[in-house]
Design a protein around this ligand. Sequence first.
Ligand code: ZN
Length: 252
Amino acid sequence: MTRAWEQFRDELATWQAEGLAARFWWRDDDATGFTPALSRLLALQSATRAPLALAVIPAQAETELLMHETKGLCMLQHGVDHVNRAAPGEKKSEFPARCDQDHSLARIVEARRDLARRSSGRVLPVLVPPWNRINAALAGHLHAAGYRGLSGFGLELPGCNGLIQLNTHVDIVAWRRGKSFAGTDEVLGIATTLLEQRRLGKAAHAPIGWLTHHAVHDGAAWDFLERLFALTLTLSSVEWVGADAIFAAGNS
Ligand SMILES: [Zn+2]
């Protein structure tokens, strides 16, 4: 076992010794249909029973996927078409401030209605903005437009009254290093720090979100996930929570 795994396991042992339980949740993005990579992801979910929130791209989603039902699987809306509309030089976003906000909101809501119809209500009214970016003014209108939640990366967006925000924090893909697995040192280092901050009361006790992207996983990424679940699903100090339960109950 490498040092990173040891430190992660030791931190969780401290949680256990202190009678605490860390909450983890799992989001996988960019689902469109039953590709070999998605089948592998769903096989992993079904073998481990780890609750999985699959972020589906409405414009590319196959109805067969939207109608898929497995215990522990829920689906979220991943943007509308996942096309970058940011100005050249700006960070990628499907919903940058430069776009007309009424038009963006209308696109989002229309896509939600289409997903709800094609999935018979399986896709939750929760928006996962592509690249985890949405301008705050637009996000502030989502609740009134019928959304229950928003899921991005890192810190919560301010000004989203009424929306439950459940974010991811640990991205296992190194996007600027050929989309390879980010490595156990980096990934577990982040997770261990987040656990420590929560245990010491230095951060809100929001569930820690693990972010994956099945379409680009290399062998090392799949191996890591298998090992992560093998370790954490057996520990009483870890509770893998379903996003559907959090969005139904509130994030407290
Ligand atoms: Zn995406």
